[in-house]
Design a protein around this ligand. Structure first.
Ligand code: ANZ
Ligand code: ZN
Length: 820
């Protein structure tokens, strides 16, 4: 008997599929579309790890299942190929970032093919290739035209020794993640995308995504952080031309304000402290806080530090003088960068007031209760107002709006909605990214590069010294002429955050070879939205939020008809080993390629899909892998042993005995289960268990049942396995002498009637006399039997016009209906 040899058959079929373009998507096919997408990998120097293998195995099962179910499937792959590691390799090893990246891309592609993934490779997208990043630039110009790309001065994280801006995520404990030197804040002109314009729509859209995990939606809602409240304006008598506006969610506490606190970066601070006693101290304090991260400044257990400026504001309603402080816990880029301190009703303010002996003025008390004064902690609950002028006695929930309205009428405030979301800083002082297509001219200022001059190519004459932005070292790149006036001008040397690249790649796959525009609308509309998107929870906010933002901009620009890119989101669990995430530092990494080498890709895929539901963590186990491999050997032998069945026609219906019925039931039960578990629930693990039971049944019933049915069951088994183990099923399909590819075979349908268990005949009596007989499934419930008896035409005749008093069911024997 021929042995199962994964090494041989996997290479053979991969080659065959490639030659026959089996997985190419035919855009014009007259079938419903299905777009399944796995997040594309970063082509690091290390190749695929088990996490990748898991994502791709999941995506591939979905793609293959949908194809067999008559869908026109789009299942593309690419590489998220810009980013710092390529540049680091250049700095550390002197290799060219482009070559380094292209090599890694090739390697990852090869490894993905070894897994037997069914991608349409003609649609491959590499974000570092000029034919892709050209359209990053095109899109930047679109955003610019629409007022969604702008330049502003901002305080950013700056590593002096690397000479570059760092993203918030790249600052660890105030130090540079790369060189460990202390990160400072620096005010720089940077490019931003105005994602805040879309805050409300990004929130609202989440309500239309029932197939997204709640957890991810909650993280996005939290990140967007919508809060309603009021802007309240305080005048500053000593600066008659200036006012201080605070953002508060609690205008009802306005009479309880005992001080204001400004962020150290607040633009008024220098004027307020000028010539005052504390001036030098506060300037030093400002310096210090700028070294702290946002988390250090605002977390609950962080020390709240402040200093009085010596200046006073005037309370808008009482006219009282309110001391103005600066404090580290107030952030400049939230709200207005200024807060009103209400220690009686806010815990943080209470702690601050206690520390600096500032007055505590309660203005809300629980209904029908007095507050015991002095307060020992802030009262943060609801209640009624007191010491609040004409608002005394009002419920505080009402007072929130009433006081805001009152202020608004007097021009001292305004109801407002505030978001935690900030505009997206996209400038990076790095080489390996998309050059921002802008030129600076002394006369014309900011001049976007015209679309017909794109792409602005990355130059090759750069120096990677790890000290400064390599792009700025390229004379040929920096010096250019102004596209408007033709005079000498300088190019922007910042590149785009690589998250820009991944914010629209899923649209490019629909039209990957378009040289004119990023994608044509009719092509995008053919496949969008992505029906199933598979990727890591670590992108819950960043990538998934940015992609939603981009899609909404495209929708507004009439470029695509959907405004949400991902209909359903599957966030896969981690792959663990001995309870820990696989990682190099833990030394518990299992390499996918080793497993493929040893057992074959089919075993690796099947184990991954069988070992856990896709959204749960998966514990790697060598014995589990071996178990799955043994199972595949069992499948192999089962088919090969029965090869004779496939050599000539087998007459059907030769046998209809109990065993045959039983096998038929098992077969259809399995089809139903596997269909629903894959198609409706993404429970690939239970689908595999069902297939395993079918294999057991086929071993048990060998030689006992109708041969035609047995043959049909073997064929169906191979078809059901095809999405999971594409190579082996293709091989067995050919062993069975079938024409064409198993992957182009229609998914089997099931026959509900075959699921019915054996039936019994019951006598139906009316008042003890047998009037008819009914046939019911042996497993029918009492209720089902009762209903069937009463619905029976002849019995109805007997019960007509009478009242049914009682129905007695004696299972397996009779039903007695008592009427009067
Ligand atoms: C007075 C007040 C009284 C406040 C009270 C709360 C309770 P959320 O809900 O997160 O939006 N705040 C405003 N801007 C701030 C900034 N830049 N840095 C630090 N804190 C700031 O929080 C809104 C509340 O956070 C605002 O309402 C303000 O304090 C504070 F009993 O104003 B509140
Ligand atoms: Zn650094």
């Amino acid at each position: 008997m021929k042995e199962y040899s994964p090494r041989e058959i996997e290479a053979k079929w991969q080659e065959h599929w490639r030659k026959t373009n089996l997985y190419q998507t035919d855009e014009s096919a007259n079938k419903p579309k299905y777009y399944v997408l796995e997040q594309f990998p970063y082509p690091s120097g290390e190749g695929l790890h088990m996490g990748h293998t898991r994502v791709y195995s999941i995506g591939d099962v979905v793609a293959r299942f949908r194809r067999m179910n008559g869908y026109n499937v789009l299942h593309p792959m690419g590489a998220d190929a810009f980013g710092l590691p390529a540049e680091n390799a250049a700095i550390q090893r002197g290799v060219n970032p482009r070559e380094w990246t292209l090599n890694n891309m090739e390697r990852i592609r090869r490894e993905q093919s070894l897994l037997g993934a069914s991608y349409d490779w003609d649609r491959y997208v590499g974000t570092c290739l000029p034919d892709y990043y050209k359209f990053n630039q095109w899109l930047f110009l679109l955003f610019y035209e629409r007022g969604l790309a702008y330049r502003k001065k901002a305080m950013v994280n700056w590593c002096p020794s690397c000479g570059t801006v760092l993203a918030n995520e790249q600052v660890e404990d105030g130090k540079c993640w790369r060189c460990d030197s202390e990160v400072t804040k620096k005010e720089l002109e940077q490019w931003f995308f105005k994602i805040t314009d879309y805050a409300d729509r990004l929130l609202e859209g989440l309500d239309r995504l029932p197939k997204w995990p709640e957890r991810v939606k909650a993280m996005q809602r939290n990140w967007i952080g919508r809060s309603e409240g009021a802007h309240v304006t305080f005048t500053v008598p000593e600066l008659s031309d200036e006012k201080i506006t605070v953002f508060t969610t609690r205008p009802d506490t306005l009479y309880g304000v005992s001080y204001l606190v400004l962020a150290p970066e607040h633009p008024l601070v220098p004027r307020l402290i000028k010539g005052k006693e504390n001036e030098a101290k506060i300037l030093e304090f400002i310096n210090q806080t700028q070294k702290q991260s946002e988390i250090e400044r605002t977390s609950n257990d962080a020390e709240k530090v402040g200093h009085p400026t010596g200046a006073y504001a005037q309370h808008p309603l009482t006219g009282e003088a309110i001391p103005i402080w600066v404090g580290n816990y107030v952030l400049m880029d939230y709200g207005t960068g200024a807060v009103m301190g209400v220690p009686a009703h806010d815990e943080r303010d209470f702690a601050f007031a206690s520390k600096y002996q500032l007055p505590v003025k309660p203005v809300i008390r629980p209904e029908n209760e007095e507050l015991s004064e002095p307060l020992r902690e802030a009262y943060t609950g609801d209640g009624v107002l007191f010491s609040s002028g004409e608002f005394d006695g009002m419920k505080n929930r009402e007072a929130i709006h009433a006081i805001a309205k009152f202020l608004e009428e007097r021009g001292q405030g305004k109801w407002t909605v505030n978001y935690r979301l900030r505009d997206w800083l996209i400038s990076r002082q790095r080489y390996w990214g998309t050059p921002i297509p802008v030129v600076y001219c002394d006369d014309c200022h900011i001049v976007p590069v015209p679309k017909d001059q794109l792409p602005v190519l990355l130059p090759e004459d750069v120096v990677f010294d790890g000290k400064s932005n390599p792009l700025a070292t390229s004379e040929s790149f920096v010096h250019t002429t102004c596209p408007k006036c033709g005079k000498p001008a300088r190019r922007e040397t910042d590149t785009m955050d690589t998250f820009v690249d991944s914010s629209w790649y899923f649209l490019r796959y629909a039209d990957p070879h378009n040289e004119e525009i990023p994608f044509a609308k009719e092509k995008a509309d053919r496949f969008m939205p992505v029906d199933e998107y598979i990727g890591g929870i670590e992108h819950a906010v960043l990538h998934l939020l940015y992609s939603r933002f981009f899609t909404k901009v495209f929708y507004d620009a009439g470029m695509v008809s959907v405004d949400e890119p991902f209909e359903s989101l599957l966030t896969q669990g981690m792959v663990l080993k001995d309870g820990f995430k696989m990682s190099k530092s833990k030394g518990n990494v299992v390499s996918p390629l080793e497993i493929v080498e040893k057992y074959g890709a089919d075993t690796a895929r099947l184990f991954i899909l069988f070992a856990a539901p896709p959204d749960r963590d998966l514990d790697w186990s060598e014995s589990g892998v071996e178990g799955v491999h043994r199972f595949l050997n069992r499948v192999w032998r089962l088919v090969v042993q029965n090869e004779e069945l496939f050599k000539q026609p087998v007459p059907s219906g030769a046998k209809a005995d109990g065993k045959t019925k039983e096998l038929r039931r098992l077969l259809h039960q399995t089809i139903k289960k596997v269909t629903i578990e894959i198609g409706e629930r993404n429970h690939f693990n239970t689908a595999v268990s069902a297939i395993m039971e079918l294999v057991n049944g086929l071993y048990q019933h060998a030689g006992e049942t109708d041969p035609a049915l047995y043959k049909e069951a073997l064929e169906t088994l191979v078809v059901l396995l095809a999405p999971f183990v594409p190579h082996m099923s293709e091989e067995l399909w050919s062993v069975m002498g079938k024409e064409g590819s198993v992957h182009q075979t229609a998914w089997p349908s099931y026959d509900e009637s075959a699921l019915v268990l054996d039936e019994v005949e019951l006598a139906v009596q009316i008042n003890g006399k047998v009037r008819d007989k009914i046939v019911v499934p042996t497993q029918a419930s009492r209720e089902e039997i009762e209903k069937q008896a009463l619905d029976n035409e002849r019995i109805k005749h007997w019960t007509e016009g009478k009242t049914v008093r009682k129905v007695i069911v004696v299972p397996g024997k009779l039903v007695n209906i008592v009427v009067k």
